[in-house]
Design a protein around this ligand. Structure first.
Ligand code: UDP
Length: 414
């Protein structure tokens, strides 16, 4: 058996002040078309990163509108996760190495997971490349032939390495439907006849995004040793080359030449990300002895509420990713009324309306200019932050994600 992930209770009715009664009614109505189906989400980790963040809200919200849904996590060892991380890198367009040995490890573990899968689900939504080969191996094992299989890919497929695509395309073709986070990610080899765009979303009521009082913020900050005596620039992201933490430090150093500020870098360690610690050390070395650079992590007590508080007290949030499937952190910051300076890539470009709720930048120099401008134009920065919150409310909150996923399931399986 694979591990079943317990999720807390959430009620869709609690969201009515944000999305309105009619939207909730229409969610419930649509859900009634598929409430006889059993639905399973299959992912590779229950902690760290955007997929688990989203599922902790999506799964209970699906339940709350009457759907029969659960979430299981596949098994994997270091060999498997190193292989899938390399595959992820190749799909995002980096040079990557996957040896024959690694391919065998991927197949072996996928087959093992297919054997362990024990479900009566009518619809299985597999997240990301880690789970992409499971329907293929289930088919070989003569299992779940009547199941509707959906692949939801969360990574940036703007310019994938063709050999990475070759490695999974036959597996992806086994699915009944594919879901991507941006129209730019649809590649002929990696889609099925039924393919959809669903933007990921944040939960406005979760501990990470809910309103918290200034008193609580102060308590949380003092617990993790953060003061607000200098302007705050923040990036919340795993320590990972794709998130360019070293580049963030370079930007901060340039800004500091004109305005004395501090940099908060918050990074959780994901269990399916073997590179995390290695990159943490690299980032720490690059930061050197600068006492205004704070490297914070879940391992040192920076959990959801602390991330919330840190985003709330930030003056500017930066997201300097080289590629970004979506980047929930951008919506999280915008939701807190913070202008975001982000690279013009993948999902960041979907969320930032340049010059309106933040700035899209191409390089370090532009990032420095925009951050300096925001730090020295407080009123304009506040206005942009307000627009950002509105934009997220309209486009990137969890009830909308729920609506889109229900539409996909209705289309494929009802
Ligand atoms: N996150 C967190 N603590 C951290 C770093 C990240 O809780 O120290 C969360 C972050 O708030 C966001 C998710 O992890 O909800 C990251 O999702 P995103 O889509 O931005 O990036 P991914 O890690 O999936 O590439």
């Amino acid at each position: 058996m694979l591990n079943k992930i317990p999720v807390g209770h959430k009620s869709i009715d609690d969201y009515s002040s944000i999305i309105g009664f009619d939207y909730i009614q229409s969610l419930k109505q649509k859900a009634s078309k598929i409430n006889k189906l059993k639905i399973l989400h299959l992912s590779s980790t229950a902690y760290g990163g955007g997929v688990s963040e989203m599922l902790y809200t999506l799964v209970p919200l699906m339940k709350s509108i009457g759907l029969d849904v659960s979430w299981q996590v596949i098994t994997g060892d270091e060999e498997f996760f190193i292989t899938t991380k390399n595959l992820h890198n190749g799909l995002q367009g980096a040079d990557f190495i996957i040896t024959d040995y690694m391919v065998k490890a991927y197949k072996r573990r996928s087959k093992e997971n297919a054997k362990l899968l024990d479900t009566d689900a009518d619809v299985i939504i597999c997240h990301d490349p880690q789970t992409a080969a499971i329907p293929y191996f289930c088919d070989k094992l003569d299992k779940y032939k009547k199941t509707a299989w959906i692949w939801r890919c969360h990574i940036d497929l703007t310019c994938p390495h063709s050999s990475a695509v070759d490695l999974i395309k036959d597996y992806v073709n086994q699915f009944d439907g594919t879901v991507f986070s941006s129209p730019n990610y649809i590649k002929p080899e990696l889609k099925t006849d039924n393919h959809y765009i669903v933007y990921p979303a944040i939960d406005p009521l979760s501990p990470k995004n809910m309103d918290i009082s200034s008193h609580t913020i102060n308590e949380l900050l003092s617990k993790v040793g953060i003061k607000t005596d200098k302007p705050v620039l923040t990036q919340v992201s795993r320590f990972d080359p794709w998130k360019d933490p070293l580049g963030v430090i370079d930007v901060y150093r340039e800004v500091k030449k004109d305005i004395d500020l501090q940099l908060l870098m918050v990074a959780s360690m994901a269990s399916d990300d073997p590179e995390g610690w290695h990159y943490f050390e690299k980032t720490a070395r690059h930061a050197g002895n600068d006492l205004d650079i704070h490297l914070l992590s879940n391992v040192y007590g920076v959990g959801n509420l602390e991330v919330n508080a840190i985003q709330k007290i930030s003056d500017v949030v930066i997201q300097k990713s080289v590629r970004e499937g979506f980047g929930l952190v951008v919506s999280e910051a915008l939701w807190k009324g913070k202008p975001v300076v982000g690279t013009n890539v993948g999902g960041i470009a979907v969320q930032i309306v340049d010059g309106d709720n933040g700035f899209l930048i191409e390089n370090t120099t532009e990032a420095v200019q925009k951050i300096l401008w925001l730090l020295s134009h407080k009123q304009q920065a506040i206005k942009m932050g307000k627009k950002g919150k509105q934009y997220v409310k309209q486009n990137f909150i969890s009830p909308r994600n729920l609506m889109d996923i229900i539409d996909v399931i209705i289309d494929i399986a009802a």
